[in-house]
Design a protein around this ligand. Structure first.
Ligand code: NAD
Ligand code: UDX
Length: 465
């Protein structure tokens, strides 16, 4: 079996950066080079001030500090890194297509294809090419075709090694992974490549947790895993709506059903709706694939997970509007949290974007505070929707740095991300500063109902009447 000493990862994003940092940390004998075409991003990865890394992830900066410049490198020299590596991870973005066939559902594979063409052009020695990006089932075949038809007689062995980390817990998820999945061709060279990749993970994970499958099962498993996880959130969120009509309590229901070992307690937190770069994109992709094979019922079944999530986000916004006497024009509404979950600065598909947009449609005066998300990111998210002009977005919504000051004369606060610091705020002081009646809409079930009501708030917690 080939012993890997040099690897390259194309794409220095939320997956490429943390994943390669952990590999470098756990495998001192391997030189890891992470490359990206985005010069700014690479500069940020190379920044002296580790608080300025492009990604906020607990534990990441410590690992980067330990390994960067030793066996971990960030560079824009893509061709050179490909040329030198024995194993190349493709970890570029695969967003939902915004144009042409499959628009709004299929995964856009143009970045992956560019990588494959580049690998074919540059490579002079045999390579193992690893799909780390989440890809539609059978993408490996397209990559193989490109490599075999444009490469220089070099042998390319393709593996699928989807990533299961969740943002906010990425480093822990990588170090203590439930499992690693490696799919490859069922040929001697395919098996050797799978074993070579497995050997990397075996530096810190027990072999039993490294699963080998055929390449198509591996590609499809990633979409299915995300679909199942998102389905749980949509399932519990659907019941949260029913709880609000019936005096049942969603937390008690989560606990009651989660005690059944067949169901299990995790991923049963009702919320304002799931966000993140993966769930929606991957389910839409699954729906598209099912439909393209003529499996209409299968497609409809999974699409409902997205429909329910959209419903949850708009239900939350509509509840704010109706509770504030059906008119929020000119009313000051504070949003605590913009990230799609705590402990990340990622905002892709965050429920906060859609809630803010709905409130702005009603001409509310929206003020956002998030401990890790930048002002420019927030405006980019809103401008991307193209609901109104960029100037209007800046007029209707402002971004604050001080979470307490902004509550003066506010009509309402909506909690949209479950940042721990929100629990420790001086809520009595906030209440004193707000207009009365003072409303808190808790989309993350973060605060204690009794405490908030005792202070005097009109307190709404999702999933509880
Ligand atoms: P990202 O947008 O954060 O990073 C992708 C990077 O690839 C960008 O920096 C971009 O500049 C770079 N890139 C694009 N084309 C390139 C090219 N031709 N050459 C060099 N660099 C190029 O994306 P991400 O969140 O890291 O996701 C990457 C993949 O991993 C996606 O397929 C995603 O579905 C999957 N995934 C993401 C997560 C997650 O939590 N974010 C988890 C599991 C899997
Ligand atoms: C997800 C998958 O968990 C991960 O395995 C995959 O690799 C990438 O996609 P991520 O999107 O980073 O990870 O975070 P995750 O913890 O799954 O949360 C996704 C969204 O669901 C967040 O908005 C979160 O707040 C929400 N969520 C999660 C709930 O609303 N309730 C829950 O019980 C769990």
């Amino acid at each position: 079996m080939q012993k890997i000493t040099k690897i390259c990862c194309i794409g220095a994003g939320y997956v490429g950066g943390p994943t390669m940092s952990v590999i470098a940390n756990k495998c001192p004998h391997i030189q890891v080079t992470v490359v990206d075409i985005n010069q700014d991003r690479i500069d940020q990865w190379n920044t002296e001030d580790l608080d300025q890394l492009p990604i906020y992830e607990p534990g990441l900066k410590e690992i980067v500090a330990e390994n960067r410049g030793k066996n971990l490198f960030f560079s824009t020299e893509v061709d050179r890194a490909i040329d030198e590596a024995q194993m190349i991870f493709i970890s570029v973005n695969t967003p939902t297509k915004t144009y042409g066939k499959g628009k709004g559902q299929a995964a856009d594979l143009k970045f992956v294809e560019l990588c494959a063409r580049n690998i074919a052009k540059v490579s002079k020695t045999d390579k193992i090419v690893v799909e780390k990006s989440t890809l539609p089932v059978r993408t490996a075949q397209a990559i193989q075709n490109i490599l075999d038809n444009t490469g220089d007689g070099v042998h390319f062995e393709i593996l699928s090694n989807p990533e299961f980390l969740a943002e906010g817990t990425a480093i822990d998820d990588l170090i203590n992974a439930d499992r690693v999945l490696i799919g490859g061709n069922e040929t001697p060279s395919g098996q050797a490549a799978k074993d070579a990749l497995s050997a990397i993970y075996e530096n810190w994970l027990p072999k039993e947790r490294i699963l080998q499958t055929n390449i198509w099962s591996s590609e499809l498993s990633k979409l299915v895993a995300n679909a199942f996880l998102a389905q749980r959130v949509s399932s519990i969120n659907s019941i949260s709506a029913l709880c609000e009509k019936t005096d049942a309590n969603i937390q008690e229901i989560s606990r009651a059903i989660g005690f059944d070992s067949r169901i299990g307690p995790k991923f049963l937190n009702a919320s304002v709706g799931f966000g993140g770069s993966c769930f929606q994109k991957d389910i839409l992709n699954l729906v598209y694939i099912a439909r393209s094979f003529g499996l209409q019922e299968v497609a409809d079944y999974w699409e409902q997970v997205i429909i329910m999530n959209d419903y949850q986000k708009s239900r939350f916004a509509e509840h704010i509007i109706s509770t504030l006497y059906n008119t929020i024009s000119g009313k000051k509404i504070i949003l605590y949290g913009w990230a799609f979950k705590k402990d990340t600065n990622d905002t892709r598909e965050s429920a906060a974007i859609h809630v803010a947009n709905a409130l702005m449609e009603e001409h509310a005066e929206v003020i956002v505070y998030d401990p890790k998300v930048t002002e420019s990111r927030i405006y980019q998210d809103l401008d991307y929707l193209e609901t109104r002009s960029p100037e209007e977005n800046r007029r209707l919504l402002t971004v604050a740095k001080n979470p307490m000051e902004i509550t003066t004369d506010a009509h309402a606060i909506a909690i949209l991300t479950e940042w721990d610091e929100f629990k420790d705020y001086h809520w009595e002081k906030i209440y004193a500063q707000m207009l009365k009646p003072a409303f808190v809409f808790d989309g993350r079930r973060l605060l204690e109902t009794d405490t908030m009501k005792a202070i005097g708030f009109n307190y709404y917690k999702i999933g509880q009447s």
